[in-house]
Design a protein around this ligand. Structure first.
Ligand code: SAH
Ligand code: SF4
Ligand code: F3S
Length: 448
């Protein structure tokens, strides 16, 4: 039996790609092992979004340099593979396969070449109109599943490598997405997350012609589907119909991740984000005006080239106005091929760090306030795990907040009974900046 080990970096798209790659490898007669030492084929599924992410894979490859040739073969796939291409063979000569995500449909053929002893196998073409669709996906979680609905990105944000690493947008047909979602529900999945770099520019290529809101609503209507999430949305393509669908249908989670990046129109224009602060705020107002209490999260980049103190203040002001439930904050990182690489007025590293900390502190105070509102409320959680150290179960609310809770009638999972995958009502008794804590409400418990 041939063995492989895979390590995945980056976003949910990559995590899900790895589930498909694992399925494909298993289908080709490979068995997955837990450590690189045990494996004949070592696969790194890489991320290139910031320089630090890119460096990780080269560190890993360095660690195992001596092992190459002793029957061990290395593969670099994903975004760094697409970006660096054959240069990877020069930087790390022990790598034998370099393939970007647009080539995964050709993995079986590439494996045949590897097995035939070819030490320079590549899959680097972005010239595709297909999404990687395979019946062999090996999902890591039996309750919560990812479904890719659209791949690639047609935007051209001045800082971002994704259009270069993932190629042009390709939507799957609504028929194939619905088939996959129904099949998941039939296999006991109750939660799905629709994935795309730009989910809401989804456009059904078949005659059905659904837009994203229609697709979302239809997935939410599948019997047995209790929670539907989606990520990531681009503000420019974010239409009111999406919010209306969430407001109508409880199965659609009341959480929207809408990356703003900056609160300054000047910086947004330099970033080529294709929306203004006002246009972004209109979308926030839609979310705040409906009946359901929609949690809003975002991504912020600090220290984009040319970002003045005044621009930065506008970002702080926007954060204060929106009052996000959570956010990812990044220091701008120079990326190959991108427009911003040529921009003047790069911000010094220590100034970027200072701005990052200022945003973190402001946001922390907001999260403490926002989370405190939940104390005394009962929230439904989908149970994800158990923390032995604290003897608490870990659940997630529809709003995507982590809610740790005690469940008195049931002992720890060593008892052979688990709550993982169940939905429970939990009374929130405490709140911190990053999570809630509480106790399950007796009488609402469905034991497996
Ligand atoms: N497709 C999504 C997000 C893609 S990457 C979108 O358009 O919103 C996830 C986040 O990484 C981005 O939202 C951005 O905040 C951050 N990011 C992307 N490129 C970056 C760079 N060069 N430096 C710092 N952060 C970056
Ligand atoms: Fe990158 Fe912009 Fe595309 Fe998002 S929309 S993946 S930030 S280019
Ligand atoms: Fe990284 Fe590629 Fe995702 S660059 S964030 S793994 S699309």
């Amino acid at each position: 039996m041939k063995t492989f080990y895979i390590e995945t970096f980056g976003c949910q798209m990559n995590a899900h790609d790895s589930e498909k790659v694992v399925g494909t490898l298993v289908q080709q007669g490979y068995a997955q092992v837990e450590t690189p030492d045990q494996a004949e084929l070592v696969v790194y599924n890489t991320c290139s979004i910031r320089d630090k992410a890119e460096q990780k894979v080269f560190h890993r490859l360095q660690q195992f340099k001596k092992e190459a040739g002793k029957g061990k073969v290395f593969a670099v796939i994903g975004c760094v593979a697409q970006q660096e291409g054959e240069r990877i063979f020069e930087r790390a000569p022990h790598v034998s396969l370099v393939a970007g995500s647009a080539s995964y449909t050709k993995l079986p053929q590439m494996l045949v070449q590897l097995e035939a002893g070819n030490r320079r196998v590549t899959g680097l073409s972005l010239d595709t109109d297909e999404a990687f669709d395979t019946p062999f996906t090996r999902r890591d979680n039996p309750h919560r599943a990812y479904i890719t609905i659209i791949e690639g990105c047609d935007k051209s944000c001045a800082y971002c490598v994704v259009p270069f690493t993932r190629g042009p947008e390709r939507s799957r047909t609504s028929d194939s997405v619905m088939r996959e979602a129904k099949d998941l529900a039939a296999h006991g999945y109750t939660e799905v997350q629709l994935l795309g770099q730009n989910v809401n520019s989804y456009r059904d290529p078949s005659e059905t012609g659904w837009d994203f809101a229609r697709l979302l609503e239809n997935v939410g209507n599948i019997p047995g589907m209790r929670r539907v999430r989606f990520t990531t949305s681009h503000p420019r393509d974010f239409v009111k119909e999406i919010i209306d669908a969430i407001d109508r249908n409880q199965a659609l989670c009341n959480h929207v991740h809408l990356p703003v990046q900056s609160g300054s129109n000047r910086v947004l224009a330099a970033m080529q984000r294709q929306y203004t602060r006002d246009e972004y705020m209109r979308r926030i107002e839609w979310m705040k005006s409906v009946n359901r209490d929609i949690a809003i999260t975002t991504d912020i980049i600090v220290g984009f080239p040319g970002e003045t103190e005044r621009d930065f203040d506008e970002t702080l002001d926007l954060i204060g106005t929106v009052e996000y439930d959570s956010m990812f904050i990044f220091k701008y990182s120079k990326r190959p091929n991108t427009a911003a690489l040529q921009y003047e007025d790069q911000i010094p590293e220590d100034e970027k760090t200072r701005r990052l900390i200022v945003v973190q502190e402001k946001q922390r105070a907001i999260q403490i306030r926002r989370n405190a509102v939940y104390v005394g409320r009962t929230e439904e959680v989908h149970v994800e795990g158990y923390n032995k150290a604290t003897s608490q179960w870990i659940g997630r609310t529809s709003q995507n907040k982590t809610l740790n809770f005690v469940h008195a009638p049931l002992p720890a999972p060593d008892s052979g009974r688990t709550l993982v995958g169940d939905y429970l009502d939990v009374l929130v008794t405490r709140a911190g900046p990053n999570s809630l804590a509480g106790e399950s409400v007796a009488g609402h418990v469905v034991l497996q």
